[in-house]
Design a protein around this ligand. Structure first.
Ligand code: FNR
Length: 190
């Protein structure tokens, strides 16, 4: 079976990020769900600016749009900063939401996950990400939830996801995302 191409995007840029570690864990679980996961780095993406957009997408933005367009599904891993998502991820979603009503996110199957060191496990950040995906028209997977609180309890010192319950939830989310992507491909082919 052709693998489902999933584009993983972390809203945290730091090397030791729990959210990047979460995407790596998803990448390890991916093959058993028929998924091929690649990660997109948001560090080269400039701040959204309508004047810059009007003059033509910067290369990094054009590359990001292309990567999303070519993917069968997107997996967003959000940190939580001050009860919301990171500016880095919100900025990327603002770029991707353009042009209005013709976004590359339209009908795109999207999974949202996140890890934080607080007790809420990015639930509030994920809510904000889901809201930002409404207008662009993404098809966001609702279940199962992967919102990891007290992240250090779920990962080892090398950033490997060791908590079995969290692994199972992530695996189940990947399965759901792959099913959604396959259903969309089948509809497009029909
Ligand atoms: C945080 N952190 C945090 N955690 C949380 O659960 N709720 C919150 O509102 C916040 N707010 C917050 C603001 C700022 C500016 C920082 C830098 C951090 C802690 C956060 O969860 C922790 O730093 C994570 O490790 C960030 O994710 P990455 O970088 O590990 O992926």
């Amino acid at each position: 079976m052709t693998p489902v191409r999933v584009l993983g995007i972390s809203g945290s840029l730091r090397v030791g990020s729990y959210n990047r570690a979460l995407l790596r864990a998803a990448g390890e679980l991916a093959p058993s769900n028929g998924i091929e996961l690649t990660e997109l780095d948001l560090s080269p993406i400039p701040f959204y600016d309508g004047d810059v957009e009007a003059a033509g997408d910067p290369d990094a933005v054009a590359d990001m749009r292309h990567a999303v367009r070519e993917s069968d599904a997107v997996l967003l891993a959000t940190p939580e900063y001050n009860r919301g998502t990171s500016g880095v991820l919100k900025n990327a979603l603002d770029w991707l939401s353009r042009p209005a009503l013709a976004s590359v996110l339209r009908w795109k199957p999207v999974g949202v996950v996140g890890a934080s060191t607080g007790r809420g496990g990015t639930r509030r950040a994920q809510q904000q990400v889901r809201e930002a995906l409404l207008f662009p028209g993404a098809h966001v997977l609702d279940d199962p939830e992967v919102a990891i609180p007290l992240a250090w309890e779920h990962f080892d010192a090398d950033g490997r996801l060791t908590n079995e319950e969290t692994q199972a939830a992530l695996e189940s989310l990947l399965g759901g995302l792959a099913d959604l992507a396959r259903a969309r491909t089948a509809t497009q082919a029909a």
